[in-house]
Design a protein around this ligand. Sequence first.
Ligand SMILES: Nc1nc2c(ncn2[C@@H]2O[C@H](COP(=O)(O)OP(=O)(O)OP(=O)(O)O)[C@@H](O)[C@H]2O)c(=O)[nH]1
Ligand SMILES: [Mg+2]
Length: 461
Amino acid sequence: MYSNDTIAAISTPLGEGGIGIVKLSGNESFNIIKKVFKCKESGKNDYPHSRYLYYGHITDEENNIVDEVLTSFMPAPNTYTRENVVEINCHSGIFALRTILKLVLDSGARLAEPGEFTKRAFLNGRIDLSQAEAVINIIRARSEEAVRTAARVMRGELSEKIDHIRKLLIDLRAPIEAMLDYPEEFDIDQFDENILLAALSNIQSNICNLLRGVEINRAFQEGVNIAIIGRPNVGKSSLLNALLRQQKAIVHETPGTTRDLLEGYMNLGGYPLRLVDTAGIQGTEDPIEQEGIARSRNAAREARLILMVVDGSADWSESDFAIAALKEEYQGLVIIINKADLEQNIDQNKVAKSYPYASVVKTSALRGEGIETLELAVAEQLDSVLGSAPECPVVVTLRHEEVLKEALQIIVDILTATEHMPLEILSTEMQRAWIKLGEIKGETMNDDLLDRVFSEFCLGK
Ligand SMILES: Nc1nc2c(ncn2[C@@H]2O[C@H](COP(=O)(O)OP(=O)(O)OP(=O)(O)O)[C@@H](O)[C@H]2O)c(=O)[nH]1
Ligand SMILES: [Mg+2]
């Protein structure tokens, strides 16, 4: 699995730029580099001095100068890989970088596999697997939030939480194991099931909290889905435009103007939002409209928050009851009584009483009134379905999510069957959960899984 030969790769993107870096790691790095690097200061005794930049030239077999470079020598163990590391800062042109890499490879280094530097950092115990994965997440991050969350994982925040849950499992298992090993010294009847159940529930909620981070991270990457739904002509598209501060959707007095889904993006309460305007929902024979309505319902299902719009100057109809009933348990609901500038037929208080879990606001999309109140209501609902953004926990990869869900399932199974479960099995199941959770940090993982994780890395990292 681990070979301690010396590896090399180009660590910067291939293309024209001021500086490119060729990096080496391994026992032989210093010797290999000395074959191709002619240092201007090589007369000095302390060459190579740790973490100094040495000015010189890379030369080929015939002693021709290939490039003028700065080279740094970083002796083990205080390096990224915990091995001897050398970095050659050269000019970033495809040919300069490739020629230098080739010279280094011809002098005894092997081309690094994608992610191999980070894999060595992991195998040499400098970072755990979740921290290694955070490195790739920082590289791939597409927003400030994504960088921030990945950096938290890189600093070890996820690892600490996993350690905590695994310790809870060990603390819980220890007395059970003692009881099983020395039954004569314990009275099994005195075993307090309630304490066990409470401790297991605590473990369960710890895992659930981490899983909440999965959704929040996804929200940061993709935007939280919000569907604007309602009967035709109530002002859905006008509200989309008002929220986006942009005339994105066509607004018209003809009912059925919007036929397809239309999306727009905005930020609110720390979350990026993906707002989806939909076709008005009503009974219709028109097949195109029917398809549009099917899409509206679909958008409503996929949303985390539903913005239901009604026309305040009209009556609350049967269709409005049916539309409000589309809200599922996992969704938030804001009911928007629009067209507040006209004479009103809908009483805001009555609506609020009928839908106590929803936020009810009044707007006039036409005049741009009530939009800030609407935004506050959206932020409030998001906080209640997703939790407030700044305190979000950290889980960054799909792999973590899979592991956490499997561990959670083991705990849930134990919780539902505790009464009938012999202590031996209880203890074995807890151990299984402990082993599963160890996969997050890479403490309990097979080589295949490890290869899968590192194969996602880019070359030179
Ligand atoms: N008086 C008044 N009219 C409004 C308001 N909001 C929208 N309208 C008008 O209502 C009509 C329909 O507006 P849209 O935003 O297209 O409504 P919609 O719900 O998207 O309609 P469909 O796409 O047909 O389902 C337009 O003539 C708008 O100008 C409002 O707050 N007050
Ligand atoms: Mg519309």
